[in-house]
Every structure is written in C-alpha cells, then in structure tokens.
Design a binder for this molecule. Structure first.
Ligand code: ATP
Ligand code: MG
Length: 399
C-alpha cells in the first residue's frame, strides 16, 4: 500500500495570477523542510500539491508534523494511492483506514470525482463503499451530518486517493512571499511571537539581538539562539546578528538624562537594526512591543522610537494582552525557553523613573551630548557576530 500527502493551499488560492509564484514559494519551503527525511517527489495538479515518497520507510508521521508548521498550507491529507479501479478502491479503503474505523462509532463516505470518466458517479461511490465498510466494520453507523470520521475518495487525473479527515495546516502565506524583515529578538516572550506572526504573513526573517557583556552572560545569548532555533520550524533558516551594545549603553548612562535612558537606547537599537536590515535586503523591522506594557511602549515613546528609522516598524502584538501573547508562545513552543531567567540588555541600567511621555525634541537634545553617535553605531554594526541558525542547529552553539 503506497501513501502520499496531499496539500491544499488556503489564502494563496485567492491571489489570481500571482498564485503560481506563491505556490512555488510554498513548495520550495516544503521541500527544504522535508529534505532531511529522505527523497520525495513533488507535483501540482488541480489546486493540490502532491508529495510522494520515493523510497521505502520514510517517516510519514514526522513529515506531517513538519508540514503543520509550513505557512501557506490550509489542509493536509495523508492518503493511500489506489488505481482508478473500483475493486482496488474497495479493497484498499477498509484496509488503509482499518484502525481509525475500528475506533470510530459513526462515519460517512465523501466522494470527489474530478475525473468524470470514472464509471461510478459520486453518490454511487458513497453508497456502495458505505455498504462495504458497514459490512466489514459492523459496529459502525452512518451519520451524514456529524460523523466521527469521513472517508474521502478522490478520483483525480493520475490515480484515486483514499483518506480520512484532513489535518488543518497552519494557514497564512508562504515565508518569503511577502518580502524580508529584520526581527529585533530579545530573550523575552513577546518578540519570538511577533516574529512567528509576521512569518505567518509571508515575511522571511533575519534577527538582530543586542547583548551587553559583561552585564549580560553567554547563557543569555544561548537562550536567544535557542529561541531562533525554535522559530526555524516556521521561518526556515534565520541569520541571527548579535550586536554588542555595552559601549553605547555606558555612553548613554554617562551623558544623557537618566529618565530618557531607555528611549535613547531604543533609538540606537532601531538605527543599528535598520543598518543590518538594509545589508540583509529587508524592507521592514519587526518588534514585540505591546502598547502600555512598559514605560518605553507608550504611544509617545513609540513615536520617538519610530522617528529613529525610515523603515516601517511592524509590531504585530501591539494590541494584545500579555495572556494572549503567552497563549501563542505556548502553542509555538517558545514559552518555556523565554521564561528562563537570564538578564536582557534592556534591564541593564534601567532608570527607576523613566519618562513615559518623551518628545522628539527632548531626545534630540539628549542625544546631542553624544558627539560620537554615528561612530558608535558604525562600530556596533561592523563588529556584529552573525550566527546562522537552521533546523539542524547553529554552528558553534547548538549542534
Ligand atoms: P519581551 O517580553 O519580548 O521581553 P519586553 O516586554 O521585554 O518584551 P522590551 O524589553 O521593552 O519589551 O522590548 C520591546 C521589544 O524590543 C522586544 O519585543 C524586542 O523586539 C526588542 N528588544 C528588546 N530587547 C532586545 C534585545 N536585547 N535584542 C533585540 N531586541 C530587543
Ligand atoms: Mg524584552
């Protein structure tokens, strides 16, 4: 019995002529994600993508698990391939779905006959296969409204396919189909979620992480590499740029009013991230800011932060409560890593009473005290450490 995986795309089906390039991007991502499992053949027909194993013993469970995280996929069907021959279908259906049919109490048969030359019409397929299944699994009852399991038979161009219920895909747009962005990735809960959300809208991400040794430790950096690694399940490869912010933070502390420390620092972060984003051909920055969560996330502070860059700053969690963000963090698997207690450079030198309503003119005045501003940015950018994080790990760190 030979198995195959059928993928249905969701939203990308709506994109008219662009559809083909969206599908191609999705197929490229799927290929990459499955390549380490073995050899598969990929083809498209009738708005379905076919993934056919080309060697024995491929781990199909793992393949499905991986596909659940590839954006653009609306639904996944793991099916058995039958000949377009009624007897073959009637022989394979009970055999292939035996385990699921034994566990269910109710079922129905659903037929999709896109090859109109097939001798039986859909209602006949449903009635006749239904009768065969009832005979072989006498405990079953037919329930057309709310069955526990729907046995689907699809008669298509190349073959017939038999499967039980579809597995929902992650939806969204294929990563890379919307462009590129640089994610400001801290070790916290919010920014990995923000990256996940924008990847789901089709952005391919690189990441920028700021460290402040000796105030922040190597373990804190490793935590961020781990977070990036978890994100690669969804985003594919991530080039993580680790930027040393120590000198800049010490300079701000020395020369700027204490209550503006955080916003001045965040403006530095934006300028550095923008430079890296330009080098990496990105069109936007992404942060995990959520309105009013902390003093630097008031609208006034965000306005000052935004003014430091000409790039659009995407903040997908801006309107979400912490609990809502945590729910996503748990579901994508970043939460447990995010709550490990390591210091972030943002907590170094934080003022006791930060200004919650800063203005741009206050910041321009404060920053005027840093004569070597541009040089500090240049040095931070030129000394960046780039770590390539893939599904397999990160060289020198996670292996
Ligand atoms: P989180 O819960 O993700 O830690 P937060 O509540 O700590 O977020 P801030 O520390 O104010 O928020 O940071 C806001 C955003 O700034 C983060 O979501 C992230 O995008 C970015 N950021 C903060 N610290 C860093 C860092 N060390 N490196 C890169 N980006 C950072
Ligand atoms: Mg943080």
């Amino acid at each position: 019995m030979k198995e195959i995986i059928l993928l249905k795309d969701g939203e990308i089906a709506l994109k008219g002529l662009n559809r083909y390039s969206f599908e191609d991007t999705m197929i490229k991502n799927v290929k990459r994600r499955l390549s380490s499992l073995g050899r598969f053949r990929f083809y498209k027909a009738q708005s379905t993508i076919y993934i056919e194993p080309m060697e024995d013993g491929l781990d199909m469970d793992e393949a499905v698990e991986r596909l659940k995280k590839v954006f653009g996929i609306a639904a996944i069907s793991r099916a058995c391939i039958a000949q377009k021959d009624w007897e073959d279908i009637c022989r394979l259906a009970p055999e292939y779905l035996a385990q699921q049919l034994e566990q269910a109490k109710t079922f129905k048969v659903n037929a999709k006959r896109s090859d109109k030359r097939f001798p039986l019409k859909s209602p006949e397929i449903c009635a006749e296969l239904g009768a065969i299944l009832l005979e072989q699994f006498p405990h079953l009852k037919v329930d057309v409204k709310n069955p526990e399991i729907t046995v689907t038979v699809e008669i298509r161009d190349y073959a017939a396919y038999i499967h039980a219920d579809q597995i929902p895909g992650p939806g969204g747009m294929p990563v890379g189909s919307s462009g590129n962005a640089a994610l400001l990735l801290s070790g916290g809960i919010d920014s990995p979620v923000a990256g996940y959300m924008m990847a789901k809208r089709g952005l391919e991400l690189c990441a920028v992480h700021f460290v402040s040794p000796p105030y922040t430790s190597d373990r804190a950096k490793l935590k961020v590499i781990e977070l990036a690694h978890i994100l690669t399940d969804y985003c594919g490869r991530i080039r993580l740029h680790v930027v040393n912010l120590t000198r800049i933070q010490e300079t701000i502390k020395e020369r700027c009013p204490e209550d503006l420390f955080t916003v001045v620092m965040r403006r530095f972060m934006m300028k550095i991230a923008e430079r890296i984003a330009q080098q990496e051909n990105c069109q936007a920055l992404v942060t995990g800011e959520s309105l009013a969560q902390v003093a630097s996330q008031t609208v006034q502070a965000i306005a000052c932060t935004d003014a430091a860059t000409v790039m659009p700053v995407l903040r997908p969690v801006i309107g979400m409560d912490k609990e809502e963000i945590i729910k996503i963090a748990r579901s994508i698997g970043t939460f447990e890593t995010s709550i490990q207690p390591y210091e972030d450079c943002c907590t170094v030198f934080t003022p006791k009473h930060p200004k919650t309503k800063p203005t741009l003119s206050m910041l321009i005045e404060a920053e005027a005290a840093i004569q070597d501003y541009q040089q500090l940015v240049d040095t931070a950018v030129s000394t960046v450490e780039v770590i390539t994080v893939t599904h397999e790990g990160a060289k020198g760190y996670l292996e």
